[in-house]
Design a protein around this ligand. Sequence first.
Ligand SMILES: Cc1cc2nc3c(=O)[nH]c(=O)nc-3n(C[C@H](O)[C@H](O)[C@H](O)COP(=O)(O)OP(=O)(O)OC[C@H]3O[C@@H](n4cnc5c(N)ncnc54)[C@H](O)[C@@H]3O)c2cc1C
Length: 409
Amino acid sequence: MIEMEGHINFEDLELEFGYSCMPDRLHYYNKEENAFRMEVRKWCKDNIEPVADKIDKERNQDLAVETLKSMKPYLNIIIPEEAGGLGKGILYRTIFGEELSAFNYAIATIFGASSCLFAGPVIEYGTPEQKTKYLSGIADGTKIGAIGITEPTGGSDAIGGMNLRAKKQGDHYVLNGEKCFITNGSCADYICLYAVTNDQVKRHKGITAFIFETDTSGFEVVKDYKHMGRRGQPNSLLRFNNCKVPVENVLYKENEGVEVLMFGLDGERTFTASQYIGLARSAFEIAYRYAQRRQQFGKPIYSFEGISFKISEMFMEIELNRIATAQIARMLDEGHYCRALVAALKTRNADAAVKISQEAIQVVGGLGYSEEYPLERYYRDAKIGQIAAGATEIMKYLISREMIRMWGK
Ligand SMILES: Cc1cc2nc3c(=O)[nH]c(=O)nc-3n(C[C@H](O)[C@H](O)[C@H](O)COP(=O)(O)OP(=O)(O)OC[C@H]3O[C@@H](n4cnc5c(N)ncnc54)[C@H](O)[C@@H]3O)c2cc1C
């Protein structure tokens, strides 16, 4: 740590990692939702804040996974009551995603991949037996889930470029191929996995969703990637060599996996949208506090329009994006079809997190660019929002297609 007169140490900002500068009772959440939010925030401050920096600096996957397992009180938020969960739905998931990501985005992503992206499609499409068998472990933290869509041949064109093959042989399928960039790939017990089951038809009609158990013979973690951000979150290249999956592990129906996949992506994009708010909020809070304490030209830099306008713009983005996130999450909980809105939300919130984390570094100046402050971590973490779960360009393409679907040409 730099000990120099005039410099402001990160610890001296006395951050709350929440809106200490904003009313805690946000009017777009009801009393119960707000109470949940404040409870989670306190839990994260006590349990996530102490390990957040260590996980990033050491790329410490073991500590990240251990921390996830310690989140027992919250791992079951969306799991149905009959499988040991609270059955709370998407809005609660976004509140949790925002709070958790304000402290550590990598841990929030491990949670998201397991408790939302794996569990979400199983809750919606699973048979009663599948729900009982696979969700209770996710709810109590003894099992970790993941979602496997992307392949070396299929990134943005995930469906058209899918090549993992599942050949039916009697009472099981035999899987061969690869998946890449899979969050939790090397620590997951279960993967919601998509594979081609009919290559004689267009891919949209020939893909099946499976619940895959990673202790299956022939499953191989080829490597974990070292990403610029979200450090500590396992993200893996996986290989499937003649892996046998029983027919009862088909999720929904054979060759109708694209429906499951698109449903899962809507859930993923809504959850990640809430994560970007959490990330942006922490960067904002540092910039806000710092600008009022840092003196230059005989005044706090907050008094200069060049700085205060940046902070006003951060406020505008965060607050309005949060209102939109809460509203869209409620609409999804009510069962509305919101694909274009979800894509728009994901894109906006991701862009805002990149911009805000970058501008926060600008406000803090040289210290912001250093590891004395976590802003460089937020900036590195934020960038993935414009790539994963559908890159920004693809989201805009999806929105343009949805407009034509809704309104015609
Ligand atoms: C950290 C991380 C975590 C991830 N987690 C998971 C996971 O858990 N499960 C999973 O299945 N996947 C996961 N992914 C994969 C992620 O969803 C893909 O990286 C993403 O969809 C983009 O695919 P790609 O990287 O192959 O890029 P490409 O598809 O090769 O795209 C490269 C660039 O070209 C642009 N582009 C492509 N096509 C077009 C077009 N038609 N018009 C305009 N621009 C275009 C893209 O927008 C992008 O900017 C993860 C990725 C990362 C990096």
